[in-house]
Design a protein around this ligand. Structure first.
Ligand code: LLP
Length: 427
């Protein structure tokens, strides 16, 4: 359930017609529903609370907009960040540094220093060498870095290969079989205060089975580490819970997820941490777009919309499905290919899709676009940066401006030496 529903034949964002916002801000534009974000944040937190002592850190990468992060902060969420940029955003949005976890496979020494200076709550180490480096940075600044070791449990998450992270061949974490030895060596470093384990096996998981298998392996590891004399007080179970993008998909509910976690972890005696992203914001956002024109095709017409792969990259990158719906449907249907104006064939949102019949000038939306949407946008083809709007009942506000192509170009320079003939002797 979300708050983008039809009322009197037109699509609303909470109590505002989508058409009102589109007329004012233009398209393409992302719209987020405050009520949906808050409801999802609440139901996830309540779901995992079944497992006892828990802490939720919103995965900033899913939607780093400051307005969204501010809402999460007020819902009691900390943040899971993967760069100094995300870290500063989380703090700017009101997240407490001690509630911030620094994940990410390539933290630089500078990012480690920023994290330590800001006093963040935890670093999730991706390798032994990273731990050694973090310990050195911490010692230099006279601090001890609180850390967990990210373990790769070698479990197939059963999701798209590009968003799967928990198989042995993936770049994330340390191999399960080596993890106890690595943990032991890291725990001996004076610059580190090792507290436990982290894992994250992938995103958009529609089954709890791989998560359960991975968590059970972690349970065995905790027992081994404790037998080795380590105090294990935290386990970060990552994110990954899937959402419904397409009719027929039935993702596990946060309640079911929480019940599984509670069952598997009941004897662990640790603080459990979670890094949900998609499950909170995917269905709390849509992207509105205008049909530029409909062009005949061989099998099906091409509905050319003013949004493109630079605005919503997921279909091009992962063949992802986003429902497409007219803002004022006329009860007619058509089968069409939905494409953007960018000059490559991967700028395709859907092929041979049965959709509301639309024509030039019509407004439509891509649903389930609140996670990994605007944040993955670019200005490819010198298109503007897509704006974002937050809706709250009958109020709405722009929470990220459209950045015109000219503003992007204004940051570019043509060096003086290009005014002279090329050294190679081009004539
Ligand atoms: N924690 C870690 C360490 C992660 O790498 C991720 C996502 C999350 C938490 C949040 O996962 P979630 O709850 O959102 O599934 N751009 C892709 C998704 C990439 C996910 C990367 N890591 C997409 O559009 O599907």
């Amino acid at each position: 359930m979300d708050h983008f529903q039809y009322r009197d034949g037109q699509l609303m964002a909470e109590d505002i017609p989508v058409a009102t916002i589109a007329a004012d801000v233009g398209t393409p534009v992302y719209l987020y529903s405050r009520s949906t974000l808050e409801r999802h944040a609440k139901s996830f937190a309540e779901g995992v609370a079944q497992a006892g002592d828990v802490k939720c850190c919103f995965a900033v990468k899913a939607n780093p907009n400051l307005a969204v992060l501010g809402l999460m902060a007020r819902m009691g969420y900390g943040a899971d960040v993967v760069s100094a940029g995300e870290l500063e955003r989380a703090i700017a949005a009101g997240m407490k540094p001690e509630d911030i976890v620094f994940s990410g496979v390539g933290k630089t020494e500078e990012e480690m220093r920023v994290g330590l200076e800001r006093g963040i709550g935890q670093f999730n180490l991706e390798s032994e060498i990273e731990g050694v480096e973090l310990a050195a940075v911490a010692e230099k600044t006279g601090k001890r870095a609180v850390a967990t070791l990210r373990v790769n449990p070698d479990v197939d998450a059963g999701t798209h290969a590009k968003i799967s992270t928990g198989k042995a061949e993936n770049k994330f974490g340390v191999p399960y079989d080596l993890s106890a030895d690595i943990y032991g060596r890291l725990a001996a470093l004076p610059g580190l205060e090792m507290r436990g384990i982290a894992l994250h096996i992938g995103s958009q998981l529609l089954s709890l089975d791989p998560l359960e298998a991975a968590f059970k392996r972690i349970g065995d590891l905790i027992a081994k580490l404790r037998a080795d004399g380590h105090t294990i007080s935290r386990v970060d179970l990552g994110g990954g819970l899937g959402v419904r993008y397409k009719e027929g998909e039935v993702p596990p509910t946060p309640e079911e997820y929480g019940a599984m976690v509670a069952r598997v972890t009941k004897d662990w005696g640790v603080t459990l941490m979670f890094e949900p992203g998609r499950v909170i914001c995917a269905n709390a956002g849509i992207m509105a777009t205008t049909v530029i024109r409909v062009k005949p095709g061989i099998a099906h017409p091409f509905v050319i919309v003013d949004a493109a792969m630079n605005d919503l990259a997921r279909p091009a990158l992962y063949d992802a499905w986003h429902d497409f719906a007219a803002v004022t449907p006329n009860d007619k249907r058509m089968v069409a290919n939905i494409v953007g104006p960018v000059c490559e064939s991967s700028d395709t949102f859907a092929m041979a899709r049965d959709i509301d019949a639309v024509e030039a000038g019509d407004l439509a939306v891509f649903r389930s676009a609140g996670a990994y949407g605007a944040t993955m946008a670019s200005t490819y083809n010198s298109r503007p940066m897509v704006p974002e709007v937050m809706v709250d009942g009958d109020q709405w506000a722009i929470v990220a401006d459209r950045i015109p192509a000219a503003t992007i170009a204004a940051a570019e320079r043509v060096p003086d030496f290009l005014a002279h003939p090329a050294k190679g002797g081009a004539d």
